[in-house]
Each structure stands twice: as C-alpha cells, then as structure tokens.
Ligand binder design. Sequence first.
Ligand code: DGL
Length: 266
Amino acid sequence: MDNRAIGFFDSGLGGLTSVQEMHEQLPNEKVIYYGDTARTPYGSKSPATIRKFATQIVDYLVSKDVKMIIIACNTVTSMALDPLRERYPNIPILGVIEPTVKKVVNDRCTSVGVIATKATISSNVYGDNLKQANPDIEVYSLACPAFVPLVEEGIIDNEIMELMIKYYMDDFVTNNAFNNLILGCTHYPIIAGQIKQLYPGIKLYNSSAEVIREAKQYLEENDMLAENSSIKDRYYASDLSENFIAMTELLFKDRESKIKLVELRN
Ligand code: DGL
C-alpha cells in the first residue's frame, strides 16, 4: 500500500481527462495535478522548450513526494519521456503513447488515423511505435494545432468548434482508408462527442484513458495502491484561468480538492 499522491501534468487542462479516468478506475488514488496554463499550448513549441518546461514541472511534482508521475500530455510524452525517466530513474513515469499503441495493436487494427499537435505529429512517435509493433499497419497522421487553444478558451460545445473539426478532418477522413482514430492529445476527449457525431463510423482510441489502465496494472503489481486516505486532491496551474477553474470544479465536484496558482521559475 502507498497513500502518496500520483502526479499528473499537462500544458493546460487537457490532462484533466486522464485524472477523470483515474477517479473512475481508482477512486482511492489522490492526485496532484499541474497545468501549465500560462505557457499553453506546447504543441507548437520547439522540442528544447517543451523539455525545459516538462523538467521544471516534474521537478516540482517530485518535490511533492508523488509515488508515480503520469505525463498526461502526448506532446511532452513524444518529446521528453526518455530524458525525464533518466532524470528520475527511481520514480515510475508513464507516458500516454505506449499504452495507446499497445491497445490499438492488441485490437488488431489494420489501419489507424492519428490526430495530435504539430509537435507530436512531427515526432512521428505514434507512426514509429505502431509500425514497430505491426509493420503491416497503415498509419495516417494529421496535426490539428487549433484544437488546444480553443479548448483552453472554453470554445467547446458549439459551431465554432464543429467548423474547426470539419476544417481539419473532412478531407483527412475522406481521403484516407481508416476506421480507427487515435485521439493523440489529451485535450481531444473533451471534443470526442463532436468528432463521433461528425464521423460516426470511426472508432476512437483515447490516450487519456489508456495510460490509466497501465498505471492501474503497475500499482497493483507493485503493491502501491492507495487505501482510503484523508489527503485532498490538489490542482496547480501557472495561470488560474477561468476555464481551468471551471473545468476542474465541474469535472471533480464530488471530490474534495484545492486549486492554487503555482508559478515555476526558469
Ligand atoms: N494535451 C496536450 C497533448 O496531449 C496538448 C499539448 C499542447 O499544449 O499543445 O499533446
């Protein structure tokens, strides 16, 4: 048993979709979340900048004595998973990409689309890992850089977002033969409803959820599950944007939690 919290982080509020999944699958686990809302989006930044920001956040989470870190961000996973694991070899650090690839491969998909940020798509981490596990799989990739800023602004369930989805995805879906789609950004489950409605024949794979299955297995195998403890969940952000607060309160209204501004110095 280990009652310490699990550290999560993302460039903003997207990683909250992973936390939501954690609360469903492992309700006893306590969470310390860091959303870098002041510096979002990461997906259009350089690999060096993304690594620098991610290292600052992981150092902060480690200072809070977390038992595991979940990189609830595909962009950081694609750019910084290995260096972060090297920096903290004694803390389990899980990224969102490996578990998602595993699930797609286990489901024997023969073709799959991947939508993600520019950084994740240009790294080709999904393509490389999928092909390594199954050389015959067809992978089609598309960067959708405007989705994250819109979601961060709370422009979600309306016609602007619908137009944006169609703008990026109509040709992609029409011109490529896939009926499975990886939501390769943890912000995208927030718009999964609209994507499903627009392209009903496509099965969605959710990276925010897959990593939690992996975390559960790790905690079980290493006897690290928490028992009911009185610690509160904590949500930190580099800018307490209205939407970060609203989303956190809405998603986790049934749990006791604290939200606080924490700026990380360069
Ligand atoms: N949620 C992050 C991801 O999964 C978004 C990155 C960004 O800020 O662009 O990639």
